[in-house]
Write a protein that binds this ligand. Structure first.
Ligand code: ZN
Length: 374
């Protein structure tokens, strides 16, 4: 895949997307987002070039006593969407795919995506999207919706939410490690640091790590997600699809695809598509890579996406735009989305660096890329 080689030379940068949270974590992703919106969506949009499509990605929302208390306040999301429809030509991802494949992206195109499939997308975000006529895409972890899984990132967060303050000793890779949570801000910094580390190790080892930390902290991880972590139901997703929202795939269990054995790729990628299509009664055309940075998926994963029959997939790899020829090359598999969506981010980061506003990443060494997922 030559096109992939093209994007591999790109420099990664934090992305301006939706976790504008009150949570005292300032990972590069979140901080960049907050800064992006603090600087104003206006400024963000001005940075996008006329011919470049912008794809905004959101995860969790908070409001009306529901959703994720640390998620993006729904009133803020509403303000962003109001602004977006005024300043950009908001299209669905399928429409953007079509334009890309034809090499004719219309000026000021923008699409909205929301990852993972949490319940508050349906109860909080969809009414806002309806108000502004935004045909968003939602990328769903299919085993999560199916009630078979509580995503590991949430289990991680749950354990750290309930971990005691003070030093806790546990064993990892044959040696003793110490968890030191001194105060509440520290709690999330420590959580983020271990979560980011967990993304770099094999999935089985990651689960052992989480188990060891939970045991040492005396935290019982519930078998099913507590209320604030619950997914949408299949009925809700069917209703959304019937209404014209685009439902896309985000693997069955949300692993970092570069950290699972290659023989599991088909099940995670193709299996997710089948599961969604079976339950929705409609075809699923788009895929989003969990975490989505270049190091989070492999050429084999890209092949599995193409083999499964997806029209396009989105990543969070940052970098410059490309020629129509490259887009055509991508169109059958990874697509040009990663290139289009991230030009904006790169531009934003460069300008912030120049202005001295850029936030420092909270985790040492974590500035080499941005993740789709928290
Ligand atoms: Zn995700």
């Amino acid at each position: 895949m030559d096109g992939l080689g093209t994007s591999a030379r790109q420099a990664a940068a934090p992305d301006p997307r939706g976790q504008g949270a009150a949570r005292p974590v300032f990972g590069a992703k979140q901080a960049a987002l907050q800064l992006g919106f603090r600087a104003g969506l206006l400024r963000l949009m001005q940075l996008a070039r006329r011919r470049e499509a912008v794809i905004l990605t959101f995860h969790r929302f908070a409001g009306e006593g529901t959703g994720d208390p640390c998620g993006l306040a729904i009133a803020k999301f509403s303000a962003y969407m109001k602004y977006l429809v005024r300043c950009r030509r908001v299209v669905s991802l399928p429409e953007l795919t079509r334009q890309l494949r034809q090499g004719k992206v219309r000026p000021y195109a923008a699409a909205v995506t929301v990852d993972d499939g949490y319940e508050e997308f349906f109860s909080l975000a969809v009414p806002v999207l309806r108000t502004y006529g935004i045909p968003a895409s939602v990328f769903v972890i299919s085993d999560f919706v199916d009630g078979r899984l509580w995503p590991w990132t949430d289990r991680f967060r749950f354990v750290f939410e309930h971990a005691p303050r003070g030093p806790v000793v546990f064993e990892h890779r044959g040696s003793a490690r110490i968890l030191r949570i001194r105060d509440e801000e520290d709690r999330w910094r420590v959580e983020e640091s271990w979560r980011e580390y967990a993304k770099t190790i094999p999935v089985a080892e990651r689960d052992d790590l989480l188990g060891a930390i939970a045991d040492a902290c005396g935290v019982d991880i519930p078998a099913t997600p507590p209320r604030e972590y619950r997914p949408m139901t299949w009925a809700q997703l069917r209703a959304l699809a019937a209404e014209g929202f685009d439902v896309g795939a985000h693997t069955r269990t949300h692993p970092v695809l570069s950290r699972i054995p290659p023989e599991r790729l088909q099940d995670e990628i193709g299996g997710c598509k089948e599961q969604l299509e079976r339950n929705l009664g409609a075809s699923v055309a788009h895929f989003a890579y969990p975490n989505g940075r270049r190091q989070d998926y492999t050429p084999q994963a890209v092949e599995a996406v193409a083999r499964a029959g997806y029209v396009a997939a989105v990543t969070t790899v940052a970098g410059p735009n490309t020629s129509a020829a490259d887009l055509a090359h991508f169109a059958q598999s990874v697509s040009g989305f990663e290139l289009l969506r991230t030009r904006l981010r790169s531009g934003l980061q460069r300008r912030l660096r120049r202005s001295g506003d850029e936030p420092a990443p909270a985790v040492p060494g974590s500035s080499d890329g941005e993740a789709r997922d928290g």
